[in-house]
Design a protein around this ligand. Structure first.
Ligand SMILES: *Cc1c(COP(=O)(O)O)cnc(C)c1O
Length: 367
C-alpha cells in the first residue's frame, strides 16, 4: 500500500455518531455532523448519516459540494460575498453575521430561484464570529424583509478563538435572545444551534437545555474527544483515524549535533540532550503531510523534530527497519493537516463492504 496514508475506520465514526445522537436525543437536541476536518469526505459524511445526524455541515462550500446533495447541508462559516451564488446552489442553510453578505445571498437566491435558510450567529464572548446581542434585531429584520431568504433561527460558537466555555450563563443569553427575537418580530425560530463539540458537556449535564435544538459536532464524532480539555468521551472510539508513514533511514546517531548552530528549517533547533548515541529513524512524513500538533507516535518512540518532508524519531529499542511502516494517532490539528494534504492517500478500513477501498473523492480533488 502507498504511504503516507490515513486509514479511516468508518464503523467507528458511525458508532461515535450514533452514541452522541442518542445521548443528545434524550435532551431533545439534534446533531449536525461537521465534516470540515476531513476535507468534506463523502464516506465520512455517509457514516455520520448512518449514525443518525439530522444534517451535515462544513466550513467550505467546496467541501459541501462533494457531499450527497439530497439532505440538509449547512455552511458553518459566514459566506464570502464572492461565493454567494455557489452557496445558495450548494448549501440549504448558512450561518451569517453580516448584512452585506445576507443581501448578496438574497440576490443570488432570487436569481437562482431558490430559497435559502439563514441562521444568525450571536457573539457570546469568544470573540470570533457573531453579531452583538443588541444588533440581532436589525440583522433579523434584514433577513425577514428579504425576497428569498428564510430566518430559521439563531446560533453561537464558543471555545474556538478564546477557549470560552459554554455554560448556563452564555447559553441563557442566547435562549433569551431567541425569545426576544420571536416576540419582537412575531416569528417562530425553530433552530437554535448552540455550538460545537465544546458545547457537548454543557448540553448533556445542564438542568436547562432551554431553547437549544442542535449542536454542530465535528471533533467529538471524529476523534471521540471533547475540545475543552482534549479528553476522551466515555463510550466513544478515539482511533477512527490512523496515519501510516514509511521508514526511510534507521541509524545510530550522536544525540548532539556538531558545528555552529543557527535556525533550523522551522525555527529554533531542539535542545541538545545528554551525550551519547541513540537509534534514530526517519519517516517519510513532513509538515506538508501532517502537523506535529497532535501527532502521537507508537509507544516507546519519541518525536525529535519534523521538517517539510522528514519526521525524525528516537526509536529506542523499537524493532524498526527501513521499509517498515509506523502508525500514528492523530489529534485535531494533525488530522486536519493530514486530511487536506494532497500527499496523503485516504483509505477506508471499514464500512459497508469497503474494506481497503480508497475514499473516492480523492481523485476528484487532486485533478
Ligand atoms: C468547526 C466548527 C464546528 C465544529 O467544531 P468541532 O469542535 O469540530 O465540533 C461547529 N461550528 C462552527 C461554526 C465551526 O467553525
Amino acid at each position: 500500500m502507498t504511504a503516507p496514508r490515513i486509514e479511516i475506520d468508518l464503523a467507528a465514526i458511525e458508532h461515535n455518531t450514533r452514541v452522541l445522537v442518542d445521548r443528545l436525543a434524550a435532551r431533545d437536541v439534534r446533531v449536525t455532523g461537521v465534516t470540515k476536518a476531513t476535507l468534506g469526505s463523502p464516506a465520512v459524511a455517509a457514516a455520520m448519516v448512518r449514525g443518525g445526524v439530522a444534517a451535515l455541515g462544513d466550513s467550505r462550500v467546496e467541501n459541501l459540494a462533494r457531499l450527497d446533495l439530497s439532505g440538509p447541508r449547512t455552511l458553518i462559516r459566514s459566506p464570502m460575498i464572492s461565493q454567494a451564488a455557489q452557496v445558495v446552489r450548494t448549501a440549504t442553510t448558512s450561518l451569517n453575521t453580516e448584512p452585506a453578505v445576507i443581501a448578496a445571498l438574497d440576490d443570488a437566491a432570487t436569481q437562482a430561484n431558490v430559497r435559502h435558510d439563514v441562521i444568525l450567529m450571536v457573539e457570546l464572548g469568544d470573540l470570533r464570529e457573531g453579531i452583538a446581542v443588541d444588533d440581532v434585531a436589525t440583522a433579523a429584520r434584514v433577513v425577514l424583509t428579504s425576497r428569498s431568504l428564510r430566518l430559521r433561527g439563531l446560533g453561537a460558537n464558543l471555545a474556538c478563538q478564546n477557549g470560552v466555555v459554554p455554560d448556563d450563563t452564555n447559553m441563557g443569553v442566547l435562549h433569551a435572545l431567541v425569545d426576544r427575537t420571536e416576540l419582537h418580530h412575531g416569528v417562530t425560530l425553530d433552530v437554535v444551534s448552540s455550538g460545537n463539540s465544546a458545547s457537548l458537556d454543557w448540553a448533556l449535564t445542564t438542568a436547562h437545555v432551554g431553547r437549544t435544538t442542535e449542536l454542530r459536532l465535528g471533533e467529538a464524532i471524529l476523534l471521540g474527544t471533547e475540545p475543552l480539555g482534549r479528553t476522551p468521551i466515555a463510550g466513544l472510539g478515539t482511533d477512527a483515524f490512523t496515519l501510516v508513514g514509511e521508514v526511510i533511514e534507521v541509524t545510530h546517531k550522536p544525540t548532539r549535533p556538531w558545528g555552529r548552530q543557527a535556525q533550523a528549517a522551522f525555527g529554533a533547533p531542539p535542545e541538545a540532550t545528554a551525550r551519547g548515541t541513540r537509534r534514530q529513524a526517519i519517516v517519510a512524513l513532513g509538515r506538508q503531510d501532517v502537523d506535529l500538533d497532535g501527532l502521537v507516535p507508537p509507544g516507546g518512540i519519541r518525536v525529535l523534530g519534523m521538517s517539510s518532508d522528514h519526521l525524525v524519531l528516537d526509536v529506542g529499542d523499537h524493532r524498526v527497519a527501513v521499509g517498515d511502516e509506523l502508525r500514528f494517532r492523530l489529534g485535531y490539528g494533525a488530522l486536519v493537516r493530514a486530511m487536506t494534504s494532497p500527499f496523503v492517500t485516504r483509505v477506508a478500513t471499514s464500512g459497508p463492504g469497503v474494506a481497503g477501498t480508497p475514499d473516492a473523492w480523492r481523485d476528484r480533488t487532486s485533478a
